[in-house]
Design a protein around this ligand. Structure first.
Ligand code: PRE
Length: 373
């Protein structure tokens, strides 16, 4: 083991020798860790059996990353260090069992970016054409987990995702937040001044509305199924000499070899999207968790008040409330509620059982670690 108190050499050859020696130690340790993960897989298989074995453990991953951040002394900052360990765990998990992750595609979407941020790069990516396809892919067992957008700090909730939980038995296993930067992109084969049509996902167009009003008031805005699809269309149009632009992110820009006419054009610089990880398992407590519920309220005066009052009385911190039409009865509603805590904690159990008495249906969509990265 190297002695951390050793003085740092001050010539380039000696510094590189030191780096080589440290790298060799890090490499041995990473492989030693990987062998432990392989052993963990054997133990899990022996204890849980082939059918029920769960390799991916979100609560354990969150604990590992939190520990990395809290003991970190720099000079690398906490997030950088956690990203390194994120990838080490991703590689170790892939040794235990390669994970197939379905996400709202095509390749290059912010959802793919979120999937890589959450699971690391050692996954098999499975882009889907729509949010309900992501759900179906995981329900059928074709994918191990799915990643879907659920809310954006500028535009609010993604209704498709919330609605997909009504008839699904999938559970929320995690959340991930991603800062969203939009760019105006064109094919290198066209002149950006000729652009009269701008493609993007409806939410992205909305997130850049003020900027578009100001700088491209005469261009027609065309909503398509995703911003990666917009990038694909802009690239294809460029090959045919048609001047079309797309609004999309970095990954799509690179994937379709587009060029940036303007970067970071979102109206709100802290524009952030929250994504959910959906899977088949109820996740044990990590020590810092959130819970999501779907509640069908009775259609009577004061129904919502009686639901919310239970949170107050048990001092459970509600972080989000969304209302959607129930689709079962006219003017009936379902509520999506997020709160701090794990559903097995005493105070959370107390709230849930009171809600069960007061609502016609309470579905626990899942408890999951608060996003670490
Ligand atoms: O602790 C486990 O259950 C493991 O499988 C090991 C490990 C890791 O590399 O630390 C790998 C995958 C899991 O998702 C969590 C942690």
């Amino acid at each position: 083991m190297s002695n951390t108190n050793q003085t740092v050499p001050n010539t380039l050859p000696l510094l590189r020798d030191r780096i080589d020696s440290i790298d060799s130690q890090i490499q041995s340790l990473i492989n030693e860790r990987a062998r432990c993960a392989q052993k963990v897989a054997e133990v899990k298989l022996a204890e849980q059996g082939d059918e029920k074995v769960v390799f991916y453990r979100p609560e354990r991953e969150a604990q590992v990353l939190r520990r990395v951040m809290s003991r970190n002394e720099g000079p690398l900052d906490n997030e950088e260090m956690a990203k390194v360990f994120r990838q080490i765990m991703s590689s170790c998990l892939a040794l235990e069992k390669p994970m197939r992750i379905a996400f709202l595609g095509p390749e290059g979407t912010f959802t793919q970016q979120a999937a890589l941020k959450h699971f690391g790069k050692s996954i098999v990516s499975a882009p889907m054409a729509a949010i309900d396809e992501v759900f179906r892919e995981v329900e059928s067992g074709a994918a191990n987990y799915g990643v879907v957008p659920v809310e954006n700090s500028t535009e609010g909730v993604v209704n498709h995702t919330l609605d997909s939980f009504r008839d699904s038995r999938l559970k929320i296993c995690g959340e991930v937040e991603e800062r969203i930067h939009h760019h105006l992109l064109v094919s290198p084969h066209i002149n950006s001044e000729d652009v009269m049509h701008i493609y993007s996902h409806q939410q992205s167009l909305a997130q850049c509305r003020a900027w578009l009003d100001r700088y491209w008031p005469h261009a027609e805005r065309i909503a398509v199924s995703s911003n990666a699809e917009a990038a694909r269309l802009a690239s294809e149009a460029g090959l045919n000499g048609r001047a079309v632009a797309a609004i999309a992110g970095e990954v799509a820009c690179e994937l379709y070899s587009l060029v940036k006419v303007s970067a970071n054009i979102e109206d709100h610089p802290d524009n952030t999207t929250r994504f959910l990880i959906v899977g088949n398992q109820l996740v044990p407590a990590s020590g810092k968790d959130k819970t999501s519920l779907l509640i069908s309220a009775k259609n009577e005066p004061g129904a919502l008040y009686r639901l919310l009052e239970a949170f107050e009385r048990h001092s459970v911190d509600m972080t989000r409330l969304e209302t959607r039409p129930s689709l079962v009865s006219r003017w009936g509603y379902v509520f999506y509620i997020d709160f701090v805590g794990h559903y097995l904690e005493e105070s959370c159990q107390a709230v849930i059982s009171e809600l069960q008495e007061r609502a016609s249906e309470v579905k626990v969509l899942g408890s999951y670690p608060v996003a670490v990265l």
